[in-house]
Design a protein around this ligand. Structure first.
Ligand code: SF4
Length: 140
């Protein structure tokens, strides 16, 4: 079971395997591989499988309220898109979430209110505009 926080349902579709520390990249790649294998996910309310290697580091933002608010915004937007209410404790299959519709909504901004104050937003904009061609999560 993959523990995943709300806004990482957005971030996962733009991860290209770099841009973070080596350890973080390695762990992130492992989570993406598990998603590609369609391992079940459970929504958590704080640090998740992607955060695992950095959540206790000095300066980590994993526990900050603004990041938890980002989770809430992402879950609200994805719930509205899919018609399925996603909250902490919800269980979902990666292949049911990371669809062409999800990517289209990411690209047109429909589900990206959570990204408003994120330092990576321009990078994610470019990755989406390029059709997610370089990302590691399988495109379905
Ligand atoms: S802009 Fe930030 S929060 Fe949004 S998908 Fe990219 S990395 Fe994640």
């Amino acid at each position: 079971m993959i523990e995943i926080r709300g806004h990482h349902l957005l971030c996962a579709v733009t991860f290209v395997g770099r841009g973070y520390s080596r350890r973080f990249e390695r762990d992130y790649r492992r989570v993406i591989a598990r998603m590609n294998d369609n391992e079940e996910m459970v929504i958590v309310g704080g640090p998740d499988a992607i955060c695992a290697s950095v959540k206790d580091c000095a300066g980590s933002h994993c526990h900050e309220e603004r990041i938890v608010a980002r989770d809430r915004a992402a879950l609200a937007a994805i719930s509205a898109l899919t018609g399925r209410m996603l909250t902490v404790g919800s269980r979902i299959m990666p292949h049911d979430v990371f669809t062409a519709r999800h990517r289209a909504a990411f690209r047109d901004g429909t589900i990206r209110a959570a990204c408003a104050d994120c330092q990576w937003s321009d990078l994610c904009d470019r990755i989406a505009a390029d059709g997610f061609q370089t990302t590691l999560l399988d495109r379905r």
